[in-house]
Design a protein around this ligand. Sequence first.
Ligand code: AMP
Length: 435
Amino acid sequence: MGEELNNDVEKHTQNPRARRRRRGGRGRRGNGNGNAADWTPSMFQVEAVAGKHRFHDLGLPDTLLHAIADLKFEYCSPIQARSLPYTLRGNDVVGKAQTGTGKTAAFLITIINDLLQNPSPPERYAGEARALVIAPTRELVLQIADDARHLCKYTELNVHTLVGGMDYDKQRRRLYDNHCDILVATPGRLLDFCGSNDVFLDRVEVLVIDEADRMLDMGFIPQVRRIVRQTPKKDYRQTLLFSATFTPEVLDLAAQWTEDATTIEIEPERVATDSVEQKIYITETSQKYRLLANLLSSEELESAIVFANRRDQCRRLEEQLSKAGFSVGLLSGEVPQNKRVRTLDNFKSGKIKVLVATDVAGRGIHIDGISHVVNFTLPEEPEDYVHRIGRTGRAGKTGTSISFACEDDAFLLEPIEELLGQKLECEQPPAELLN
Ligand code: AMP
């Protein structure tokens, strides 16, 4: 793919200034919803409750509030309640928050509010982004862009995504046809577009760096540095940086990239004890597949994500389950992006009942109504356990997580228990699941 990309880049580098002078198309005109103009904030009734913050009280533009009402968000989540008072005034924020806390909406509401309050320049160039969100994985980028489109539905703002593994020319054409208000991208593909003069970052008003710790782990920081250097200096842009953990490296980057930032720390999700029943089955490695197949056939299982640590394990599991007649999809880094998107859509619509995923691919997937999470192998990072089981027990429902602990990985339970602050009871699987 590298070669293919380079050819592409070369093609587009010819005569960059001419390209740049070309104007992007107009923004989208609303969403075609005939009733949108009649909506007033009084139609979004949310009772005032002591200690809770309503979106009404933030002075947001009606078009944004209307979209929030459609999403049925009534009160701000803690990260939103604590960050929005600063970020809506244009201040920088460094936030410690995991997925599931509502951090995406926190930064998107900030961006959309800024873009709506500050009129766009009279003449804009194609590919000139007003707000930029960088995230480490393609899934996360697509998820953020999806959330952004929901929140922008009553505005004329355009959301663009740039991710590797998807059609370069299509992404490029979209940038030429529509103004670029919010650009959500993975670092590598974004740099390709900057290098070919298809994207310009020197007018970025709001920069969001999401999952900074993951970017560090994945070795993306040199690329992110190059991206940040192309945006206006930090006192001319607003910068929001989020990370699930605050390591010295993350804090060092935050200090370099933000100006007088307010630091906000939200405690890790406590999903574990609240809405997810956690079971740990002691198994032998040789029993695991049978146990899994029997579990997936049981009646109370509506839909499940099965996690394994490595891509090859996921691939093998998906093949075995598929041969055994399960409707199953694979979500891992080795699956082409468009196929992954299709798989997710099929899972969301219920066409696929079981998804086999790696941690990176499964992270940040927000689908309500998943009844079970199965840890075929225990994760090496305790935080990944919390992320995995947090895929169920969402949106007020309860869920079940079942982890297999075998002779090879049972030692990984202790750090997980430490992180959760609770003991996980191990049990023998019911006999009928071993038949
Ligand atoms: P995030 O942490 O950004 O990945 O968001 C987790 C989930 O919470 C997403 O499904 C959001 O749609 C949802 N969400 C975000 N903010 C709120 C809110 N204020 N009220 C209810 N749900 C929310």
